[in-house]
Write a protein that binds this ligand. Structure first.
Ligand SMILES: Cc1ncc(COP(=O)(O)O)c(C=O)c1O
Length: 416
């Protein structure tokens, strides 16, 4: 069918679902936040205009509101192969990790160790580093300064019987390499430690399966997965048993993930989150004839199409960047999907990243620059001006080859 990539994704169909696409900009800052499809906007509008009341179930309006919230929660849980009561939708990943750090603090004793990675966004560092105030030792897992990669063999040497937590990103929002979370979890569990995984830069590109990954806590942000500003926190049942309740006192004996949710739900955003599953279902129905009964399996097939398109685009982008004079691409030097996600940071010695991002903006290419809240990761790779940082071009399946070729052509003009 026309409009389909060789791998079968109908990119035009996907693009037609997003109201902001077609605004004249090449949107290349998807790691900052993806666009949202009409399904998400529609769910939010219907909640606010038809059921903006408390979900008390003894009235019809309350039941409508409650049913919508329950269905939204169920859809997010089903997507990532979790149970409904193993997840919360909180304000953001950063806020969710703060609450989690408070919830785990009582299990930590002076001299206990927490491993944090140098590759991580501050969301999965700062909250843990602050626990040093209570006598906990923070152990840094450094990256390779040239490749930006984390080495799991090095982690083995950092683990011991005092290690209580390993906090690591699934994919860095700067380096973009895919870390072997299941292996890391096995290694940590081997010394009796738990694992907190930041999946924010992964979840928009590939389907999360919390059971396969084996992390005790897995977090990501729906606003980078085609949804509203909401952070998803998954906690395994066993891990929940180790946490102190962060909600009201009458939740003390409730060992669902709700105990990690001091804020309570942002109803309209929770309701809108259901639109993410709607989008995957729309893409599935457009591309596949079979009728896979489980949302997780339908989304798996959809994400396989996305991955092929993203790999094609990332390969063209990375090869094109590497051919430009003076450009240093960070992270894996390949678009190979087994190795990295299509979030591509680069640096040009002698030029500010700000000036490059601004010049690209003048060509209607929306890209960002800076340290992206991962200053340790950027500095460790030898970028002297961390605030100016790197330029980042981050793609999703709905980007086109023309957009990638366009940004490369603009860069050729900017860099001479
Ligand atoms: C890799 C990564 N982790 C964590 C975060 C923080 O997410 P949130 O904005 O939901 O707190 C971000 C946000 O950019 C991110 O890119």
């Amino acid at each position: 069918m026309s409009g389909r990539t060789p791998d079968g994704l109908d990119v035009e169909f996907c693009r037609s679902q997003f109201p902001e696409i077609g605004n004249g900009w090449a949107y290349l800052d998807n790691a900052g936040g993806s666009y949202v499809p009409r399904s998400v906007v529609g769910r939010m509008v219907s909640f606010l205009t038809e059921s903006k009341n408390q979900p008390w179930r003894h009235t019809a309006p309350g039941k409508l509101s409650g049913d919508r919230l329950d269905a939204a929660y169920a859809s997010v849980a089903a997507l990532i192969n979790a149970e409904r009561d193993e997840i919360i939708l909180g304000p953001s990943t950063t806020a969710n990790i703060h609450a989690l750090a408070q919830a785990l603090r009582p299990m930590l004793r002076p001299g206990d160790e927490i491993v944090v990675s140098q590759q991580d966004h501050e969301a999965n560092r700062g909250a843990w580093v602050r626990l040093a105030e209570f006598g906990v030792t923070i152990v840094e897992w450094p990256i390779d300064p040239v490749t930006g990669l984390l080495d799991t063999e090095m982690l083995r040497g950092l683990l011991n019987e005092r290690t209580r937590l390993v906090c690591v990103t699934h994919v860095s929002n700067v380096v973009a390499a895919i870390n072997p979370v299941a292996d890391i979890a096995r290694m940590a569990h081997g010394v009796g430690a738990m694992v907190v995984v930041d999946g924010v830069a992964y979840a928009g590109h590939a389907l999360v399966d919390v059971k396969v990954l084996g992390a005790d806590f897995y977090l990501f942000s729906l606003y980078k997965v085609y949804g509203p500003h909401q952070g998803v926190l998954y906690a395994s049942r066993a891990a929940l048993r180790q946490t102190r309740n962060q909600k009201h006192f009458f939740y003390d004996s409730n060992f669902t993930a709700e105990r990690l949710h001091p804020a309570g739900n942002q109803y309209e955003s929770v309701a809108a989150s259901h639109g993410v599953a709607d989008y995957f279902d729309a893409v599935y129905a457009h591309h596949f004839r079979d009728n896979e009964p489980s949302l997780h399996e339908r989304a798996k097939q959809v994400f396989a199409l996305f991955a092929a398109q993203e790999q094609t685009l990332a390969s063209v982008l990375i090869d094109g960047l590497r051919a430009l004079p003076g450009v240093r691409v960070l992270g894996p030097q390949t678009g190979d999907r087994a190795v990295r996600m299509p979030t591509v940071a680069f640096h040009v010695p002698g030029r500010t990243s700000k000036s490059i991002a601004e010049a690209l903006g003048a060509s209607k290419c929306l890209v960002a620059h800076g340290h992206f809240y991962a200053p340790h990761c950027v500095a460790a790779q030898g970028i002297a001006d961390v605030d100016d940082g790197v330029v980042r071009i981050s793609l999703l399946h709905y980007n086109t080859l023309a957009e990638v070729q366009g940004v490369l052509a603009a860069l050729r003009g900017i860099l001479g």
